[in-house]
Design a protein around this ligand. Structure first.
Ligand SMILES: C[S@@+](CC[C@H](N)C(=O)[O-])C[C@H]1O[C@@H](n2cnc3c(N)ncnc32)[C@H](O)[C@@H]1O
Length: 497
């Protein structure tokens, strides 16, 4: 384990005091908190998981987040491949309950990869409403799309844009926005040596600048009366209270809403902030820019690692009363470079042939036209050269839309194959001839490693399920299940529970 940076220690001591530091050090040498979130989008709980549901994370709702106390490798278990759960550090489960998205809303997750919070938002929205998941980093954006697919999220659009570019498409549009910003990661020190290694005192104000500019872009996309949650996994006030204060100073129609979160510590009061400003130059710069009293920063919260519940997170919730004041900012440096457009989906309503192919495929494969498939048909179709999507919504940005909705099928060399995401959104009752294996059946391990399995049944496409949880496509030909589990996902799974 890397030693904690001396300057981190001195900043922590200034802000939280000696007693908190002693408690922090005591916790620091214990193993990090581990947790997982179950996906309510996937139906009933498989009974094998019951013993793991003993200790809920206090800020999550019923059947949402749980601590993992056992030494289990849940990422290697086939249940992970079904998307029934998402491994997530417990403090990272806090911002979404504060945002409290509900079905039917328009929600933006602006810094979304790898998708822990987007999938939690989608669960709370029960896949109903508009969800834009944005991530400017292309590699991370692909991981985000993969996680949304695995967890069975069907209402999300994935964009790979700088927040400023997104703002042009969605001025004053969203009911709720999450900005889970890039930060110095002090809250992750116990679980991630790299976070310690990379930490530099002089970088904190650069992070704060970037966070402020992302927030300014975000506010321009919030409708009057909407709410915005800002979160970081860092502890220092330069990237937290100071960033919130700057935003409130620049946006007079914005205010901080109180947050109730069990076990959390209130943010710094204005008085404490002003005192600390005498010791921390970055805070001084902010404090001295206020002609009026500082806002009620103690409405923000921190989950402190020394409280023993989790690693560290900071969360602030803003309410917008009137229209935001519009400022053009460069949010990252990403926007300075013109990125490739290879992920752009065509918005042309062409692809009529693809739609017909999908209709024929759906007819042969699914039974449940009335509910599930009809819901897809009620949506627009969007055709890119190779993939047909059931659109999540319009309008869409004019470039770098990685996924404009749920991918339905792919066209390769004039052949169509159903998309993996479609399998992962299915339930056994949707399929004419589903293949269901019980937990512990070694054919599941064989399937996930790419093997062909023998099983009697009608010829044609169908989905393999672990109990009622989907794993992926097979094409049955003469009682042989030809494996269509994506090659990039194949690996050696084992039953761990
Ligand atoms: C803390 S992580 C987000 C974690 C994610 N919300 C989750 O729960 O899985 C911050 C993300 O912001 C992205 N990012 C970096 N600069 C950004 C910017 N200017 N605008 C939006 N996102 C940015 C990073 O690539 C990173 O994926």
């Amino acid at each position: 384990m890397f030693a904690l940076p001396k300057e981190f220690e001195s900043l922590f001591l200034h802000c939280f005091g000696q007693e908190a530091w002693n408690e922090y050090l005591e916790q620091f040498h214990k193993p990090p908190a581990k947790g997982f979130r179950v996906s309510t989008l996937k139906g009933a709980i498989p009974s094998v998981i019951n013993p793991l549901l003993a200790d809920p994370v206090p800020w999550t709702k019923e059947m949402e987040g749980f601590y993992i106390h056992q030494d289990l490798h849940l990422g290697r278990d086939p249940l992970h491949a079904t998307g029934y759960y998402y491994l997530q550090e417990p403090s990272a489960m806090a911002p979404v309950p504060v945002l409290a998205p509900v079905p039917g809303e328009r929600v933006l997750d602006l810094c979304a990869a790898p998708g822990g919070k987007t999938t939690q938002i989608a669960q709370r929205m029960r896949n109903e409403g508009i969800l834009i998941a944005n991530e400017p980093n292309r590699e991370r954006c692909a991981i985000l799309a993969e996680n949304l697919e695995r967890l069975g999220v069907t209402n999300a659009t994935v964009t790979q844009l700088d927040p400023d570019e997104l703002r042009d498409t969605y001025p004053a549009y969203f009911d709720a926005i999450l900005v889970d910003a890039p930060c110095s990661g002090e809250g992750m020190f116990r679980k991630d040596d790299d976070a310690i290694r990379m930490w530099q005192r002089e970088q904190l104000s650069a992070y704060a600048l970037r966070q402020s500019s992302i927030l300014h872009a975000a506010i321009a996309m919030l409708r009057p009366g909407g709410r915005l949650v800002y979160s970081t996994c860092t502890l220092n006030p330069i990237e937290n209270e100071a960033v919130c204060a700057t935003l409130l100073r620049d946006q007079p129609t914005l205010s901080l809403s109180p947050i109730q979160l069990p076990g959390a510590r209130a943010g710094l009061t204005a008085e404490r902030f002003t005192k600390l400003a005498k010791l921390i130059p970055e805070l001084q710069a902010v404090a001295s820019s206020f002609s009026e009293p500082l806002p009620a920063l103690e409405r923000t919260i921190r989950i402190m690692p020394q409280a023993g519940y989790a690693e560290g997170h900071f969360v602030a919730k803003f309410a917008l009363d009137g229209n935001p004041s519009y400022q053009k900012t460069n949010t990252t440096g990403y926007s300075q470079k013109k990125r490739g457009n290879s992920l752009r989906a065509s918005r042309m309503p062409s692809g009529f042939a693809q739609q017909k192919q999908f209709a024929a495929f759906a007819n042969e494969t699914f039974v449940d036209h009335v509910t599930w498939i009809d819901d897809l048909y009620r949506r627009d179709f969007i055709s890119s050269p190779n993939v047909l999507f059931a659109a999540s919504h319009r309008p869409l940005p004019s470039r770098n839309v990685l996924r404009p909705g749920l991918p339905l099928l792919e066209t390769k060399h004039h052949h169509i194959t159903p998309h993996h995401a479609l399998a992962l959104a299915a339930k056994p009752e949707n399929l004419r001839a589903p293949v269901c294996f019980s937990y512990g059946d070694t054919r599941i391990i064989a399937y996930l490693s790419g093997e062909v399995i023998s099983q009697e049944g009608p010829d044609g496409w169908t989905v393999v399920f672990l109990e009622h949880l989907p794993l992926g496509w097979v094409k049955r030909v003469k009682n042989q299940l030809k494996n269509h589990y994506p090659k990039g996902l194949r690996r050696a799974y084992s039953f761990e529970i």
